[in-house]
Design a binder for this molecule. Structure first.
Ligand code: WT7
Length: 659
């Protein structure tokens, strides 16, 4: 199989990085230096990781062993006898050096209301909340659910858990009450931390109300800690269970000692969609994860003292965990927390943010880049973006057109663009350019990060494809520090999903190619996962939400190509006898998905059909639906298993009418 050429342009690292004029040189400033470090990371891993882990983190008890276990056995551990405390690493050491250093810049929903949290203030806030959690009886290993808007207190809640060795599970505050309940129950959380309301684009979000609804089905939850964000007095308060954040903190002593944990103790669970209906709680550890987040941020975004880093992801996703909270703070850097949306009050909000806070590195998703590009260059050009050095992209393949616009218009041709490939399960970047070193090709995530040994496998035989100019499925050949260790309560599922499909390899679930020059190109998911605006949705999860509606007999959900969101959710539904296909019912079904999962799962296209394409044994053939919605009905491939070929004409007709 040859690799189709996507874009022939190669962009060298910009002058601004290679010739930094008075600024510090990039951490890695040539391909030769990258190759040397990369080679060391693979050939002398114990030396490499010992140096990185001791330079980057402060250990309470130093580790004597770097790594143990294997991908084959699924028992990986890093720095297993080392002890540390994550909140100490992220807060105390910087507060001790300089309490006035800024940890967070908080850009609130309404423009003009920005504020700062210094490391000294952060230490007090984290200690206060940690003491409250301790007073609730929570001890090391207990789980706490966090359902909060994008405000500094969300990070404070995470760090307060880390201070006590509690395991947090942040649930994106756009998820519905039933999705929240499902996660709270699976994680066995006894405490939920939330806010009265959220604000996005001046619209209030009924955060606490959603928690109240969710907790009707979570009898194990004893306490709800509520941060007052808007102060709306009509928000319900259940005095036997709810505790106001400000009142509880005021009752506590302002210092809380950090609890030592093992490097392998879990730091958090984060639920992500897989190819079956039930979201999985991916488990990340304290030592390896923190090291991965800190190191990738340092090298991939070339973070130096006095930089202001801004990642626009919500803390409800792994990107927010690693690059809003843990990575920046582990480096003692300044991180921007943005509460609002990129188009409020208008489409220059991100760029205004860069100008106002003199942001040096900016990190967002292709879907936002494409959406803002549609608004025109004017919104970018009216702002002074001269502080920027590195601009990043994450979440889905970035099309070369969007890359070029990002580079030319946002970066002004002066910045390095880093297309970072990684996953919830990898914890931190695994493939990315390094801004001062890597010549980039738009649309390619380029080369592996230190310690990441990549392989491209033949999907059918599992054989590793050697050499360049090849395509297959992406795999990683050895463990790395920030990789997920298990799925909460279901280690077998962890093994079956990632490690057993190709024994000896971590299977990422993405198709990939290595071109003639050795660059990696990610081709998208090869499983039943849809990537909508950089958010992973499981087709099975949407299908089961639809089937939950009393009128639905069957459903099949596939991803349809979408210019803005990358992929859009397209649902095919058959109805039970006695129900009429009409627009009202369609609207009701879309609403059903929104209420069961959340607005991010909203089907963009919902098509009522009489029949779905099936094999003779009755299995739905989603591949056919995928091809039809992609306008590739002429490339359906082998149809010998299709039980009723006459249904194809009908499908093409209804899809054409619906699109
Ligand atoms: C999936 C992981 C951790 C990032 C946020 C999403 C896709 C992610 C890229 C990229 C092409 C990408 C993959 C991956 N993906 N980054 N730079 N180029 N595809 O995290 O929800 O765990 O999704 O996002 O398909 O498997 P996630």
């Amino acid at each position: 199989m040859t690799v189709e050429a996507q874009s022939s342009a190669v962009y060298s690292p910009p002058e601004r990085l290679t010739n930094p004029e008075g600024r510090e040189k990039p951490w890695v400033s040539s391909m030769a230096q990258y190759e040397e470090l990369y080679k060391e990371s693979l050939e002398k891993p114990a030396e490499f990781w010992t140096r990185m882990a001791t330079e980057t983190l402060t250990w309470i008890k130093p580790f004597s062993q770097v790594t143990q276990g294997s991908l084959k056995a699924g028992n990986m551990a890093w720095f297993p006898d080392g002890q540390l405390n994550v909140s100490y690493n992220c807060v105390d050491r910087w507060a001790a050096q300089d309490p006035s250093r800024v940890a967070f810049v908080y850009e609130a929903d309404e423009p003009g209301q920005a504020s700062q949290v210094t490391y000294g203030e952060l230490l007090d806030k984290v200690c206060g909340v940690a003491n409250v959690l301790h007073s609730f009886g929570l001890r090391k290993g207990d789980t706490v659910a966090i359902y909060m808007p994008m405000i500094p207190e969300a990070a404070v809640a995470m760090l307060a858990c880390a201070r006590l060795g509690l395991v947090h599970t942040v649930v994106f505050a756009g998820f519905s009450s039933s999705s929240l309940a499902e996660r709270v129950i699976d994680a066995r959380a006894r405490v939920v931390i939330t806010a009265d309301e959220g604000l996005r684009g001046s619209r209030p979000i009924a955060t606490k109300k959603i928690v109240d609804e969710a907790l009707k089905s979570c009898p194990e939850v004893e306490k709800v800690l509520v941060y007052r964000r808007t102060g709306n007095e009509s928000v319900a308060f259940n005095a036997s269970r709810d505790v106001w954040w400000h009142e509880a903190v005021a009752a506590q002593r302002p210092y809380c000692p950090p609890v030592p944990v093992s490097a392998e103790d879990p730091l958090f669970l984060l639920y992500t969609s897989g190819s079956t209906g039930k979201p999985k709680g991916v488990v990340h550890t304290s030592g390896g994860y923190l090291l991965g987040a800190a190191l990738t941020l340092k090298y991939v975004f070339d973070i130096h003292d006095n930089d202001v880093f801004c990642c626009t992801a919500d803390i409800g996703w792994i990107t927010g965990h690693s690059y809003v909270v843990y990575g920046p703070l582990a480096l003692g850097s300044t991180s921007v927390i943005f509460e609002s949306v990129p188009t409020y009050p208008d489409a220059s909000r991100y760029w205004q943010l860069v100008q106002d806070h003199k942001i040096t590195q900016f990190y967002t998703a292709p879907t936002a880049i494409r959406a803002l590009r549609r608004h025109g260059d004017e919104y970018v050009k009216r702002c002074d973006l001269s502080s920027l050095r590195v601009i990043g992209s994450v979440g889905e393949p970035i099309n070369p057109d969007a890359w070029t616009w990002y580079n030319d218009v946002v970066g002004g041709g002066r910045c390095a663009v880093v297309d970072t490939y990684w996953q919830t399960e990898t914890g931190s970047h695994v493939i990315s350019p390094l801004p001062g070193a890597t010549p980039s090709k738009p649309g390619s995530a380029t080369f592996p990060f230190f310690g990441i040994e990549l392989a491209i496998l033949d999907p059918t035989t599992g054989a590793e494809l050697e050499g360049n100019d090849i395509s297959g499925v992406l795999a990683i050949k050895r463990p790395w520090p920030s990789m997920a260790r298990t799925i909460a309560g279901d280690h077998k599922r962890f093994l079956d999903t990632y490690l057993n499909p190709y024994p000896g390899y971590y299977f990422a679930g993405d198709g990939a190619s290595r071109d003639a020059d050795g660059y990696y190109w990610i081709r998208g998911r090869v499983d039943d996962v849809i990537n909508v605006s950089g958010h992973r949705m499981s087709t099975a999860e949407v299908e089961s939400a639809l089937i939950g509606h009393h009128a639905v007999a069957e459903s099949a959900v596939v991803g349809a190509p979408d210019d803005l969101t990358g992929q859009a959710i397209c649902a095919f539904v058959t109805l039970k006898d006695g129900f009429d296909a009409n627009d009202e019912l369609k609207t009701e079904l879309v609403k059903e998905v929104r209420t069961r999962i959340g607005p991010i799962a909203t089907p963009k296209i919902l098509i009522l059909v009489d029949e779905l394409p099936k094999t003779r044994s009755g299995k739905i053939i989603r591949r056919i639906l995928r091809k039809v919605v992609a306008g590739e009905a002429d490339q359906l491939g082998d149809l010998s298993t299709l039980s009723d070929p006459s249904i194809l004409d009908m499908l093409v007709r209804v899809v054409t009418a619906a699109l």
